[in-house]
Design a binder for this molecule. Structure first.
Ligand SMILES: *Cc1c(COP(=O)(O)O)cnc(C)c1O
Length: 365
């Protein structure tokens, strides 16, 4: 990145500052281009729109970015680079799509898997010393457990260990895993980066040119390319990431505190609260605690469902990272049965916090 701060970079980068050119790189709807030119075909060579998005995202983490049609396309690109008979370490409850990739490869005998408690830093340090891929997701869905990235990413490597971090919940603004020693960062740009719940998009970031080439080659072979409109909308959404995140995480902190003292709530999980098991770790390297939190209602799963059905302003919906607040029970997602039945995950948006709280108050009453 240039000498600009990330807030300015988000707004000022990736523009073609030439007389007569539009301020914003438009969506280029093209599969092919007139020759002779270095750009032949957009699946292999991208477009001006994808170039701009990659410039913006890469610059935020002083890396090269590759954008994909979704976060899962980006994640799969990392896993599918492993050789047969690899050993990998993943969190006990990674994002369910990632869990699916891990389980399929395990069933095919493609790799052996260590499933580690995100808070067990020593187990991760061991994995860095001996596994081929160490895949972290932090803060982790839905208990918001924060991995000790400085200790894990900086731990001595055994041979060719690749350390990758799904940094979706933190966004490029709240943590910089590459600065801490990770090799690869992945984001689902569907979430906070896009920020409006209107697209699917993902990216991989790395400073390793060899990996970058390998991932780019796999992306074009698999056709995991992003569409022109989605690339444009991701770029447009990203311009306001820092404004949205600032408001959303201030709201999240306020709601976490208010929920914690509400008699209808048993427990609140937000890395910004001193009561969170990994608050102290998070404080050491995160520049903000994000806009994701979970809480457990009193009573049983039916009561939690009831609360989800009673909200009027807050949206009872899955996914996260939009300007609008959403919430859902996670234990009802297939494969997530280990999650407490009364747990509700909240993606806090940019509404006025008092309006959000009024909605909670009536739904929890
Ligand atoms: C949503 C999400 C993904 C998958 O991204 P898609 O854009 O939905 O494919 C991966 N990891 C995390 C943490 C996510 O929230």
């Amino acid at each position: 990145m240039s000498e600009w701060t990330p807030e300015t970079w988000l707004i000022a980068s990736a523009r073609n500052r030439t007389e007569g050119e539009p301020l914003n790189v438009p969506p280029v709807f093209a599969s092919n281009f007139y020759l002779p030119h270095e750009r032949l075909y957009s699946r292999t060579d991208g477009t001006a729109t994808t170039d701009a998005l990659e410039e913006l995202l890469g610059g935020l983490e002083s890396a090269k970015a590759l954008v994909f049609g979704s976060g899962m396309a980006a994640a799969a690109t990392v896993f599918h680079g492993l050789n047969v008979d690899s050993e990998i370490a993943v969190p006990e409850d990674p994002y369910h799509g990632v869990a699916g990739i891990v389980e399929e490869g395990e069933a095919q005998g493609r790799w052996r898997v260590r499933r580690l408690d995100q808070a067990d830093t020593n187990a991760w340090i061991d994995a860095v010393a001996s596994c081929d891929l160490v895949w972290l997701e932090t803060p982790e869905n839905p208990l918001m457990t924060v991995a000790d990235l400085p200790a894990i990413c900086g731990a001595p490597r055994g041979g060719n260990t690749l350390v990758a971090v799904d940094s979706t919940f933190a966004t490029p603004l709240n943590q910089k895993p590459l600065d801490l020693g990770a090799d690869v960062v992945m984001h689902s740009a569907t979430k906070f980066i896009g920020g409006h719940s209107d697209l699917l998009s993902g990216c991989v970031l790395t400073r390793n040119e060899e990996l970058l080439e390998e991932y780019a080659a796999r992306r074009l072979r698999n056709g995991a390319t992003i569409g022109a409109m989605e690339a444009f909308l991701t770029l447009r959404g990203a311009r306001t990431l820092s404004l949205r995140l600032e408001r959303a995480q201030a709201n999240a902190m306020e709601l976490a505190q208010r929920l914690e003292s509400n008699p209808g709530v048993n427990r609140v999980l937000y890395p910004g609260l001193t009561s969170h098991p990994t608050h102290e770790v998070a404080k050491t390297f995160m520049s903000g605690f994000g806009a994701m939190l979970s809480f457990e209602t009193t009573g049983d799963g039916d009561r939690a469902t009831d609360v989800c059905n009673r909200v009027e302003l807050i949206n009872h919906a899955t996914s996260l990272g939009g300007v609008e607040t959403t919430m859902e029970r996670r234990s009802v997602i297939p494969g997530q049965e280990r999650i407490p039945p009364t747990l509700i995950r909240l993606s806090v948006g940019c509404e006025n916090v008092d309006d959000l709280w009024a909605d909670f108050s009536q739904a929890l009453a």
